[in-house]
Design a protein around this ligand. Sequence first.
Ligand code: C5P
Length: 407
Amino acid sequence: MDPFWSGRHLLVGVSGGIAAYKTCALVSSLAQQGAEVKVVLTAAAERFVSPLTFAALSRQPALTDAEFWQATRGRPLHIELGEWAEAILIAPLSANTLAKLAHGFADNLLTNVVLASCCPVALAPAMNTQMWRSPVVAENWQLLQRDPRFWALPTAKGRLACDAVGEGRLLEPEALQAYMLALLWTQGRRDWQGKQVLVTAGGTREPIDAVRFIGNPASGRMGVALAVAAACRGARVTLVHGPLGIPFQAEPFGIQVLAVETAAQLEQALNTLFPEVDVLWMAAAVGDVRPAHAFTGKLPKAQLPETLPLQPIPDIVAALSQNKHPTQRIIGFAAQTGDPLPLAQAKLSQKGLDAIVANPIDLPESGFGSSHNQGYWIPRCGEIEKILPCEKAIMAHQLLDLALQLG
Ligand code: C5P
């Protein structure tokens, strides 16, 4: 449970499609995070999932057209809900509800709520590939996106309920939640749109032989969280990562991915990619040393050397910052034990960075492998900002806000 979600007013619209079962998991997760979630079902949605399911998961009455048409003495339900919502997500969005929204129809509770509200609305379509590709659906989809209030989320590829394999699947609950976080955080502004962002994540592995290596316990969580948050906020993102300790799907966010193992591979990838980017987030835990020689094949235990000559790994980010264009920004990370500030400040200037994120790795709930983090934002020019313990997904959004101030 993160304080960011606590008491947020989220309205989840469900239209008719079998993918509505995934929305149950999302609603459950948002409610567990502490958000107030009100679910509005269309008549077709009720055929797939009972309002009772959503009511139980959200701990709120789930609302249907029956409530919409009920005579009340209070203000109309759709007006109340429209004013109440800070953000709306419609998942799944059916071809029918899409057509209604695109053309301003208001014949049920959900379409009326959308018209009566002014908050940002995320739309997560789900339908058969043929339906999704049909010209009239494509036209309605484009039409709706002319209004910047609507965030058009992609569909996923895969096996559909009709057994076909293709586009049109609803995004998974984790991806929907990441988009909802960005939508709420930015109040619907795509404030990283137009920026090309490069993120590195995870640790590097330097081979001793075919199976043994020198590595570190970086999971890649912080870098992945940054890549996802930047993509949700409109950036074009490339993620270069070492072996990850977490499951990660790039497709829902349109993130380009390049997997590497060694620091040399990471360096080569960055040398190619860096000239094209506006901002580099160097969150990878790059090794500092590697074995001077890597043995071919797997050495038998008896032949393992007693000592291992090492050689230093060149500082990749320091080399990149020497040749960067004045408009490019490079942000490094310094994972430290003890007081992270003095060492991180030294690294900021040694490496020629625009900012560095200093984070302690010796405190509970932060650092390597944890889903949480904390630390300091230290810009080359400007004020140091303390970042209180929070989920890495939340910290990623804080860092993106701060990086925008670098200009
Ligand atoms: O010097 P230290 O490893 O603590 O610095 C961390 C920062 O420098 C991180 O941003 C990391 O990605 C980067 N780094 C690098 N090349 C290295 C070692 C670290 O770019 N060989």
